[in-house]
Design a protein around this ligand. Structure first.
Ligand code: ASP
Length: 437
């Protein structure tokens, strides 16, 4: 059995966290490959090393002094090394990196050094080999990640080491320069390593005990989700419930490897298992989770006999396509069609869009309703349970929340309602309370 364990920035923010990580890794000899982030915040006022590095990059670009901030970065690592009493020095690396920054090294290179340095310390501390991501994570000349080439090289390097630490977040471009994934991208590296290692499990260690059924900023102490399928996760993350970088899902999902979200600070908690197929669809709470997003605009298009007009929908959507605006949802009725889009995406072009839609389909009316929020009730348990929609609607009606639109996915995995933004929190609260007693 092989487990790949990725530790996030807060799990590796200082020496005390390194000790917890080592205890976790050493407690299970199957944890063979470890992917590390850069040191994150030690408390809420602290700064992430990646952010400090990016500050250095911008200062150097503006020909300003990087000395003070660069020293702060080095001290973060020096403190960890000293506290762990390692016979090890990164001074040469610090000098090389500083010189590169001063010589205007690329932004990606500078941002990536947080992971590089932290992984070297962790490898030393664990007694594992250090595999540099620049030798096995590849991007093409257009900066697109290259999955096949990466997988082959990664497989080969991993096969040379029984135990290894690999820095997250970055790889190398065809021209030899360092290229990073988007922020939070160490999750992606972890997933790539898990797929290449043919792992049985990808553990993602962070500072929460898994995914929660609802946003803890809205619901006090929401229940954790013990098990969630990839599809449910996709529905909830689309609505903004984030626990993993979105691009981290694909490599392991494709390989059928489950992900276990765990808490470095409470290692005994089982966390959340993200699985291709759940052991059971009988979920006690019926719903797996509820999530949502604000900032939605509905474009309502009405025309008599619309349903018999071939190509109507295409023409409406083509207008959005020409403005490169994606649509979020498309609830439609007889002679009405509503296109839900992100308000931000049409901010600059709403006038043009409505005018072009009028021209394209000559509707009886076209109206824009702004300041809406979408809320998704997600759960595989809903498929075999009758009355879930009725429970949602009745609960909302009792609270006098006006539902502006309803959409149920064909998979029966979700029910999506649109409400006015001002009712967003109240809607989530009402739905959560209805299902979680
Ligand atoms: N250190 C990077 C960031 O702060 C990548 C990561 O932690 O996953 O975004």
């Amino acid at each position: 059995m092989i487990k790949v364990a990725k530790f996030g920035g807060s799990s590796l923010a200082d020496a005390a966290q390194f000790r917890k990580v080592a205890d976790i890794v050493k407690s299970d000899s199957n944890r063979r490959y470890v992917v590390a982030s850069a040191p994150g915040k030690r408390n809420s006022h602290d700064e992430k090393v990646t952010d400090l590095l990016l500050q250095c990059y911008h200062l150097a670009k503006d020909k300003k002094d990087i000395g003070e901030i660069f020293e702060r970065i080095c001290n973060r690592y020096r403190d960890i090394i000293a506290d762990l009493q390692l016979d090890f020095s990164l001074e040469e690396d610090f000098n090389n990196i500083k010189t590169s920054v001063l010589h205007h090294a690329g932004r990606h290179y500078v941002a990536s050094r947080g992971e590089y340095l932290n992984s070297k310390i962790l490898a030393k501390y664990l007694g594992f080999a250090f595999i540099d991501a620049e030798d096995c994570v590849f991007f093409d000349s257009a900066d697109r990640f290259m999955p096949e080439k990466t997988n082959a090289a990664m497989k080969e390097l991993l096969s040379l080491h029984e135990y290894a630490v690999i820095p997250g977040f970055y790889g190398v471009n065809t021209d030899g320069s360092i290229r990073t994934f988007s922020r939070g991208g160490s999750d992606i590296t972890g997933s790539i390593v898990a797929a290449a290692a043919n792992a049985d499990l990808y553990e993602n260690w962070t500072d929460v005990s898994g995914m929660l059924m609802a946003d803890p900023r809205i619901i006090e102490n929401p229940l954790p989700i013990p098990e969630i399928t990839y599809r449910e996760l996709r529905e909830l993350s689309y609505m903004g419930a984030t626990v993993l970088h979105e691009d981290a899902i694909f490599p392991v999902r494709k390989a059928g490897i489950p992900i276990n979200i765990r808490n470095t600070n409470i290692p005994e908690a089982p966390g959340t298992m993200i699985v291709p197929k759940a052991v059971t669809n009988e979920v006690d709470t019926v719903i797996t989770g509820v999530a949502g997003k604000k900032g939605i605009t509905a474009i309502h298009v009405e025309k008599d006999m619309m349903n018999s007009e071939v190509g109507f929908g295409r023409k409406v959507l083509e207008v959005l396509e020409n403005h490169t605006v994606p649509f979020e949802h498309l609830p439609s009725g007889i002679d009405t069609m509503s296109v839900l889009v992100s308000s931000k995406a049409i901010e600059e072009c709403k006038g043009a869009i409505t005018a072009e839609m009028v021209k394209a389909v000559n509707p009886d009316s076209i109206t824009l309703v702004e300041n809406l929020a979408l809320i998704a009730v997600v759960g595989r348990g809903m498929v075999n349970t009758q009355g879930t929609a009725a429970r949602v609607f009745t609960a909302l009606a009792k609270e006098n929340i006006n539902i502006r639109m309803i959409d149920q996915g064909s998979s029966e995995l979700n029910i999506i309602v649109a409400v006015e933004e001002k009712n967003y929190e109240k809607t989530i609260n009402t739905i959560y309370k209805e299902f979680v007693k």
